[in-house]
Design a protein around this ligand. Structure first.
Ligand code: HEC
Length: 128
């Protein structure tokens, strides 16, 4: 009995782990989000457009990992959150379209787009 329970729990846990890590990031969705949500704000600010190709892959990876947007005034995740998408969806098609996407998936998509689009990435990208 005890062994069966342990096995069942073990199987459930490993299933959970494999789903949790099996997400295959979609750089195209990341590109749409970056251009439609991140860039659409940057262009209205003094900072202006921030091209993915302005940083290296390592710099982007460190930036996303540090999660300090505007030198720590906010997090990067905050702009990927459902709460943020909800707050802008009436005037932002991408936010509306991706409203149900889990935050972790969207962040992985953006990260993959930034890796591809980085200065030393496979397809250096601008914002538009
Ligand atoms: C509501 C407006 C807004 C949104 C949305 C936004 N940013 Fe920004 N971003 C700014 C501003 C303003 C700056 C300039 C730094 C500052 O003064 O806070 C900035 C700066 C940056 C910088 C330069 C380094 C830094 O943090 O100062 C990067 C990189 C960046 N943003 C990435 C992103 C990404 C990625 C997203 C989308 C997930 C995003 N931003 C969404 C307003 C925004």
């Amino acid at each position: 009995m005890k062994l069966t329970t342990t096995l069942a729990v073990g199987t459930a846990l490993s299933l959970f782990a494999s789903t949790a890590f099996a997400y295959d990031a979609d750089w195209k969705r990341g590109r749409v989000y970056y251009r439609s949500v991140c860039t659409s704000c940057h262009v209205t600010q003094p900072v202006g457009t921030i091209n993915p190709s302005s940083k290296t892959k390592a710099e982007w990876a460190a930036y996303v990992k540090a999660d300090k947007h505007g030198k720590g005034k906010e997090t990067v995740k905050q702009y990927v959150s459902k709460t943020y998408r909800e707050s802008i969806k009436s005037g932002n098609k991408a936010a509306e379209k991706f409203i149900a996407v889990p935050e972790t998936e969207l962040l992985a998509d953006i990260q993959l787009f930034l890796q591809r689009g980085a200065k030393d990435g496979e397809a250096p990208a601008s914002c538009n």
